[in-house]
Design a protein around this ligand. Structure first.
Ligand SMILES: C[S@@+](CC[C@H](N)C(=O)[O-])C[C@H]1O[C@@H](n2cnc3c(N)ncnc32)[C@H](O)[C@@H]1O
Length: 402
């Protein structure tokens, strides 16, 4: 198989559409075929450095390379054995079956694993089968067992035409995400903190590059800013109307700079207190490339609020957001991008939404589709756990000035 036609399977996170949108933005892929998007799998044929790429993505758990298609069970076993035989020293391997979850599939996985182990032992090789009584190995297990270096994790799915199989080449660096999430000193759980992975996805949806000047005008404790620094963006500005938020952000940036992973990437970092409504008093016209932000989402909800209360809150926020975009228009470069979270509020089984698209068009911003699957375009994605009262819609808008 030539490198150009290498098929890669991306194992996507909890929001597979959003993860696919992120990959489409980062790899500059205009659209995906529906047949290639079978959550949690996305098949991508493109050349890239998987070990570098996985560090930049917030929504991908594993990147794998396809090594076989349409195999029967014996062929699958032989294929894996032949691949593992190339390994020097003690072999460590694991299996994950991404077909639907069932006790039969788990039983089959164990049987396949033991067959591989037995045959390799008969060849006189020392071998360990990493098996946790689970159909899918977590990225933590793949990493802790050092499978990529010492043998491999083989991922397969069964279809009526046979097994397709891939080998994991990179897993999400969960430890650095965890430490950026829980290690930072400035935390404000009351205002709410964005999950760092979502912050990274938002930066990627905007196609942020190191030379961009990036602004988060509701920076809170600086989750987006820290992810932007980790991504290598060099010029960053954080503003917020709360002094406490700016202090938290500054403390978190200092903390991140003290970590060995990022050394001298950041050129300029500026942060100051400003209500979003006054931003253009502080920042120059046409000076910002990207605005990535999670704005004020309204008062925390108990879940028993009346419909009218939620509609009232939605209307108040709409006014704030339109004021914010009026300011963004002044400071953003022509063609500049805004990735923005618009909250929605759960009422029974429905979401009360804040429609902004038409008004934003009048201000001069157009919504930009995040994902194309065949001919279907997705303008936004809802990010919400089932128990959450406030959902987050992720949107991308482009400044229509050319
Ligand atoms: C949801 S929090 C952002 C959290 C942030 N993404 C993080 O992960 O830490 C919203 C922030 O908006 C700020 N805020 C509220 N109203 C504002 C306004 N009118 N102008 C600027 N900032 C405002 C709040 O102080 C708060 O820090």
């Amino acid at each position: 198989m030539s490198q150009n036609t290498q098929k890669n399977w991306f194992i996507l996170g909890n929001n597979p559409e959003l993860s696919a949108a992120e990959i489409s933005a980062v790899l500059n892929l205009d659209k995906f075929e529906k047949k290639d998007f079978q959550p949690p799998l996305l098949v991508v044929e493109k050349k890239f450095d998987a070990k570098e790429l996985i560090k930049k993505l917030g929504g991908t758990i594993k990147i794998t390379e396809e090594i076989g298609e349409n195999k029967n069970q014996q062929e699958l076993v032989s294929l894996i054995i032949n691949d593992l035989k190339k390994q020097n020293g003690k072999i460590h391997f694991g299996l994950s079956d991404y077909s639907f979850k069932s006790s039969e599939n788990l039983y089959r996985l164990k049987k396949i694993g033991l067959a591989i182990k037995k045959e390799l032992k008969q060849l006189g090789l020392s071998v360990r089968f990493a098996f946790n009584n689970e159909q899918i190995l977590s990225s933590v297990s793949v990493d802790k067992n050092d499978l990529i270096k010492k043998g491999g994790e083989y991922i397969y799915i069964w279809k009526p035409s046979g097994f397709s199989v891939a080998k994991t080449v990179a897993v999400q660096p969960f430890e650095s995400f965890g430490s950026r999430d829980f290690g930072r000193p400035g935390r404000d759980s009351l205002s709410g903190m964005l999950p760092p992975k979502l912050a990274l996805i938002m930066l990627n949806l905007a196609k942020s590059t190191p030379s961009d000047t990036l602004l988060d005008p509701f920076c809170g404790s600086g989750t987006i800013i820290n992810e932007a620094i980790a991504l290598g963006i060099k010029n960053i500005i954080g503003t917020d109307n709360s002094e406490r938020a700016i202090k938290d952000t500054q403390q978190n940036v200092e903390w991140l700079k003290s970590q060995s992973i990022i050394k001298d990437q950041l050129s300029t970092f500026d942060s100051f207190v400003s209500p979003v409504e006054n931003l253009s008093n502080h920042l120059k016209k046409n000076s910002i490339d990207k605005i990535i932000t999670e704005p004020y989402l309204g008062k925390p909800l108990k879940g028993n609020e009346k419909y009218e209360t939620l509609v009232h809150q939605a209307n108040d926020l709409k006014i704030l957001y339109l004021q914010a975009f009026t300011e963004f228009k002044k400071i953003l470069k022509p063609g500049g991008t805004v990735v923005f979270i618009i909250p929605c509020f759960k009422q029974g089984n429905n979401w009360i939404r804040i429609g902004l698209e038409n008004e934003l068009l009048k201000i001069g911003f157009k919504s930009n589709p995040l994902l194309k699957l065949n001919d279907k375009e997705y303008g936004y994605f809802l990010y919400a756990r089932p128990d959450q009262k406030v959902g987050r819609e992720i949107w991308k808008f482009v400044n229509l000035d050319k």
